[in-house]
Design a protein. Structure first.
Length: 289
């Protein structure tokens, strides 16, 4: 482990046994009781911080793509890594350690990819709101834009929700929680809603996929497609990419109701590809939304 991480993580290899032995030496020393207590407390605190950092680093290594460079030769910015790992020492919750580890893995896979605000957001967000954000990410639909022959040209994840729908209150998606996620810097939130401009002459066919259901969009007025009241920020999108999601029961009907009320005409047929068939991927030269 220490060899693979090079000089980035010198705390690897520190063992509980070594710490206990050091504490025993302090206890048996001739230092004053006050100095002994202070030294032992600092030692335990430092060990706990190292343990937290090491746990996050190990998660990063286990979750990174094969061949990811974790040595000093990596192009990860030293200052970014120092700030990230300094904040990581306070993360003792295992669920949050997993999030930190996945973010760290992503940065080593693609140096410079992680928004600079990510460390602050992860340091501030509570487990409760991290879980609510995970639920929110489960409401993302895959927007598929195709040519006239239903050949996929581009795709992107869209968070299309009407937070006033009663279904969302049951999963803690409401004005208060969305406002808090906005304050953390994970989302942009507007009660007026957002619009995506899509040129029909460029993308004549449009589909929305949620879970195994695919809905064809027949028409939407003036090339303006309503995408709900929530947008992910750069930090939110980065975090969403490593968030494990699941299908939320009832959301699909809420999505269809919201779009219909906003003058979007949908096809009654929901599936265009079989459940077990992979959605065709766009070629590298095609644009993305």
């Amino acid at each position: 482990m220490q060899k693979q991480f090079g000089g980035f993580f010198p705390y690897f290899g520190i063992q509980r046994k070594a710490v206990d032995a050091y504490i025993t030496e302090i206890t048996n020393s001739n230092l004053s009781p006050e100095i002994k207590a202070m030294t032992i407390a600092n030692t335990k605190k430092t060990f706990k911080e190292f343990k937290n950092q090491a746990a996050i680093a190990e998660i990063a290594m286990k979750n990174a793509k094969t061949g990811t460079d974790f040595n000093e030769s990596s192009k990860v910015d030293d200052d970014w890594l120092a700030r990230f790992m300094d904040a990581a020492k306070f993360v003792s919750n295992e669920d949050m350690q997993f999030v930190w580890g996945r973010i760290l893995a992503g940065e080593f896979e693609k140096p410079g990819y992680t928004p600079p605000q990510m460390t602050r957001v992860l340091s501030e967000i509570t487990l409760k709101y991290a879980q609510i954000f995970t639920t929110l990410c489960s409401l993302r639909s895959n927007m598929l834009v195709c040519d006239s022959r239903s050949k996929l040209l581009a795709q992107s994840n869209k968070l299309i929700i009407n937070y006033k729908d009663p279904i969302f209150e049951t999963i803690q998606i409401n004005f208060k929680t969305l406002s808090e996620l906005h304050n953390y810097g994970l989302i942009e939130f507007s009660t007026m809603g957002f619009i995506d401009k899509l040129q029909k002459e460029i993308y004549p066919e449009l589909f929305l996929k949620y879970g195994n259901d695919v809905i064809k969009v027949i028409d939407y007025p003036d090339n303006q497609f309503p995408i709900g009241q929530v947008l992910l920020t750069d930090v939110g999108a980065c975090l969403a990419n490593i968030t494990e999601t699941q299908t939320v029961e009832g959301y699909l009907e809420s999505l269809k109701t919201y779009l219909t009320k906003n003058n979007v005409k949908l096809s009654e047929k929901q599936e265009i590809w079989g459940i077990d068939e992979p959605i065709p991927q766009p070629s590298p030269s095609t644009p993305s939304t």
